[in-house]
Ligand binder design. Structure first.
Ligand SMILES: [Zn+2]
Ligand SMILES: [Zn+2]
Length: 376
């Protein structure tokens, strides 16, 4: 027992537990016993708190996660400064430490070396791991980020940045909106609690609930509900399979505000070199996963495997044509554009038709599940 207590990092544990309790109790007591606030104060400060919560979460997902941990795009120093500043107000540690831990999570997913492995239990992956000295003192290894002056500055003065942005700024904005105390409690303490939980869900629920369309070997799952709760990070099976893609929701309609924010930053000239995985690669992983149950059957060898190869090959060709099309548009080659348009339309129809056949095979494939006869 004493041995276990010694493993706990009390400063982090007490902050994670006491911040929401004290904030909520103080808010309730203030609303019941004070008469120095109006409905207008509560309304405006809540609106500010919600907007600030979204900004905080996006700074983590767009900054700490997709920019620094995975280098899935490059950001202008102005955007970097904003992301690091607001990100500090999430009270999730410095970007350097966060990214270093997260890279280990990807490299050793689901093993004992994974700092927040879901195999060690739901609560452990959610927030329990942070309460241990072993996690807090996990050595930082991110040489590329250590060379980044802004990241290093945030790391060296992390607590000053965190308290300044996380508590003092809401207090000041609250004062400007008519009530400093409500600003501190709603847009400070309660916002920190909500944004922390949103991030923590990614390590717990996003490794528990949902589907595995791209790899069944991973505990990471894709879930639209999780995507809503985490600003797009809920397409976690895709993310773990293709971690360098700046998108988590690959379709334009997939709920991924982080992806949309990166695209907006790119349009504004604040982000560039957005990395994406070729669609043919994504398709290959999806077809592979869908046909997993059939891998030992004659049906797979004779029908599914050749069809999958055909679909992927057609998609590779389509990806190449798309790149050629973009180039032709830039150079205004009208004749080439028209020709490519026609050829791409034909190929798109062919891919769709093959995929329809594929879906029928997968749905009705159970009857073909005969083991492959091995010739001796
Ligand atoms: Zn994960
Ligand atoms: Zn990641």
């Amino acid at each position: 027992m004493t041995q276990n207590l010694k493993k706990i990092c009390w400063s982090v544990t007490l902050f994670l537990v006491l911040n929401p309790i004290i904030s909520i109790v103080m808010l309730v007591l203030y609303l019941v016993f004070s008469n120095s606030y109006t409905v207008g104060h509560i309304g405006w400060i809540t609106v500010f708190g919600l907007l600030f919560a979204i900004a905080t979460n996006l700074s983590i997902t767009m900054g700490y996660h997709r920019l620094y941990s995975h280098k899935s795009y490059e950001a202008h120093p102005i955007l970097e400064a904003i992301l690091l500043l607001i990100g500090a107000g999430a009270f999730q540690g410095s970007c350097l430490k966060w990214s270093s831990d997260h890279r280990i999570h990807h490299r050793f997913e689901d093993t004992d070396k994974d700092p927040y492995s879901i195999n060690k239990g739901f609560f452990y992956a959610h927030m329990g791991w942070m309460m241990l000295h072993d996690s807090v003192s996990l050595p930082i290894h991110a040489p590329d980020l250590e060379k980044n002056k802004l990241v290093k500055l945030q790391h060296d003065y992390y607590l000053v940045w965190a308290i300044g942005v996380g508590y003092l700024m809401p207090l000041l904005v609250g004062a400007m909106l008519g009530n400093a105390f409500l600003g501190l409690v709603i847009a400070g303490g309660i916002r920190i609690f909500l944004t922390q939980q949103s991030t923590f869900f990614i390590n717990s629920l996003a490794h528990t609930l949902g589907n595995t369309p791209y790899s069944k070997d991973l505990t990471a799952k894709d879930s639209i509900i999780m995507a809503f709760l985490t600003h797009g990070e809920g397409y976690h099976n895709f993310h773990h399979k293709f971690q360098f893609d700046y998108r988590n929701g690959i379709k334009w309609y997939h709920w991924d505000p982080t992806k949309w924010s990166i695209q907006l930053a790119s349009v504004m000239g604040l982000a560039k070199k957005l990395k994406t995985v070729q669609f043919s690669e994504i398709l290959r992983a999806k077809l592979e996963t869908e046909s997993l149950n059939f891998h030992n059957s004659q049906f797979y060898k004779e029908t599914l495997e050749p069809l999958s190869a055909k679909i992927v090959a057609a998609q590779v060709k389509f990806d190449q044509m798309k790149a050629e099309y973009k180039l032709s548009c830039q150079k205004n080659y009208e004749e080439k554009i028209a020709q490519l348009n026609f050829e791409m339309e034909l190929l798109r129809t062919e891919i769709k038709s093959m995929q329809k056949t594929w879906n029928i095979y997968i749905k009705s494939g159970g009857m073909y599940l005969q083991p492959v006869r091995v010739r001796v």
